[in-house]
Structures are given as structure tokens and as C-alpha cells.
Design a protein around this ligand. Structure first.
Ligand SMILES: [Fe+2]
Length: 271
């Protein structure tokens, strides 16, 4: 009987047991159990100090950096979709924010992504799976790509350089939860784990970068123009502005807190 083998409290007990076992073993806690890695946005307005995103570089970036004055100018094309149509692999959308030390958004921050294809190979002659973009006025970004393949010696990862205007470049990598090689890759850092779930015909990942950029915690910054509002019912094809960026409604729904256009790529597409 289910009622005997699975009494009402057993899910909680087993969840705790699993968490304890995972922590004791030093293993990554399963995402579904832990609710995912904590996103920096969780700490906005709480006064809790946020941890600066750590650097990570395995030296396999063949794209030459170009420094001109205080601004980093990569050679990669400016685009949010670095996969393009029809490439093999599991579709992946990575969304999140770039924050400063007060967990306030940084607008116009540069994000330069590059990764291996689904076979684990980098394009070292062209720009496949390479692209840069800038955060919107609310600090958000959205990357469309595929889940990168594995190559010898490394766990699954996406490379990225992040730079607030006029600030030093952070070179780091993003990782996937529950990857067998996470425990054997010496570069792996759990602070760089994305929160990943299934969705959008593939997988959807979230990560917030925190840059070592001083901010006034009392200055909310310029939120930009917003026509999107909670409680409004939007039809497919509707257009709104959120934090100064335009979005196209992909699916009819009634707006709720937490469903802000940058947060739900299944409902809103940057336009
Ligand atoms: Fe790499």
C-alpha cells in the first residue's frame, strides 16, 4: 500500500536524508531537491551581501581580446542567438541579470559567450557558437543556444566574459547541475552553477552575475519605460515595453508578479 510505504511525512524525511547524504559526500545537490542554486536577485532589497561571481578560465579561448581604452571589444558578432536555426543539439535558453555589489542591475554590460558545439568542438576559424550582447536597462540578458557537448578533460560548460561599462573584464564559465564530470573537473566551481530546468522545447537556465562594481544600495537606478503590468491579460502577438526593452507576447496569459517579460522566455520574446 502506498499509505504504508509512503506515509505523508516520508517525502520530507527522504528529502532531508538525500540532502544530508549529498552534502556529506560533497556532491552537487540535485536541482529538484534543492530548488536550484540561489540566484543573486533573491537577495535584492534584503540587505544580504551578495557574492561576487568568481573568475574561471581554462585557457581555450581562441578569440583574441581587444582592449581599446576602458572598453572591451571582442571580435564575436553581436547576437543573442549563437546557435542559429537547424543546428543539432538540445535547445538551451540562458537568462539572468548582471548586478553590482548592491545587487542593483547594471545596464549596458557586455556579455560575450562562447561554447563548444554538440560534439564538444569549438569553431576556431569562424564564429559558430560565439556572440556578444549587452544587458538591457534592467540588467537582463537572454542567450539562445544549445547544450554544449563534452570534450576530454572538462565537464559541460559555457564560457563568458562579462564587463560593466568602463570596468575590468570578468572571464568565467557557467556549469550545469547533475553532470557526472562536475565532481572530477578541477575547474568546476559550484558558485558558477546555473539553475536549469526543462522547458521551451529544450532546457531553460538561469544565472545572475555579480560584478565587483560599487553601487549605492539606495539608488534603484533608472528602471526604464515599462508598459507591462501585473493583472493585465495579454493576447499572443501583444507588444509591451519592460525596463526600456520591447517584448512580443508568444502565448495568451494574465501577467503575474514573477512573470516579468525578461524572466519568462516562453511567454515573451525580446523584440
Ligand atoms: Fe572550454
Amino acid at each position: 500500500m502506498d499509505s504504508e510505504t509512503n506515509p505523508p511525512h516520508s517525502p520530507l524525511v527522504s528529502r532531508k536524508t538525500v540532502l544530508r547524504a549529498a552534502l556529506a559526500a560533497g556532491a552537487a545537490v540535485p536541482l529538484a531537491m534543492a530548488g536550484g542554486p540561489a540566484l543573486a536577485r533573491t537577495f535584492a532589497d534584503t540587505g544580504t551581501p551578495v557574492q561576487v561571481t568568481p573568475p574561471c578560465d581554462d585557457g581555450d579561448d581562441p578569440t583574441p581580446d581587444q582592449i581599446e581604452g576602458p572598453y572591451f571589444k571582442p571580435n564575436s558578432p553581436q547576437r543573442t542567438d549563437i546557435a542559429g536555426p537547424g543546428v543539432p543539439g538540445t535547445r538551451l535558453m540562458v537568462t539572468g541579470y548582471v548586478f553590482g555589489l548592491a545587487c542593483r542591475p547594471i545596464a549596458g554590460a557586455l556579455l560575450d559567450f562562447w561554447q563548444a558545439d554538440h560534439n564538444g568542438a569549438y569553431d576556431n576559424t569562424g564564429y559558430r557558437f560565439r556572440g556578444h550582447q549587452f544587458t538591457a536597462s534592467n540588467g537582463s540578458f537572454a542567450l539562445t543556444t544549445i547544450v554544449p557537448g563534452l570534450y576530454p578533460g572538462r565537464t559541460r560548460h559555457i564560457h563568458v566574459k562579462v564587463q560593466a561599462p568602463g570596468r575590468p573584464v570578468l572571464t568565467t564559465q557557467l556549469y550545469f547541475p547533475n553532470e557526472p564530470r562536475n565532481s572530477t573537473d578541477s575547474l568546476f566551481d559550484p558558485r558558477l552553477l546555473m539553475a536549469v530546468r526543462d522547458g521551451g522545447g529544450g532546457r531553460q537556465a538561469s544565472f545572475d552575475f555579480v560584478l565587483n562594481v560599487p553601487q549605492d544600495p539606495d539608488d534603484p537606478g533608472d528602471p526604464g519605460d515599462t508598459t507591462w503590468s501585473v493583472g493585465t491579460t495579454y493576447q499572443s502577438g501583444a507588444r509591451v515595453t519592460y525596463a526600456g526593452r520591447g517584448y512580443l507576447c508568444l502565448q495568451a496569459h494574465t501577467a503575474q508578479t514573477g512573470w516579468e517579460p525578461p524572466n519568462v522566455p516562453a511567454l515573451w520574446q525580446a523584440a
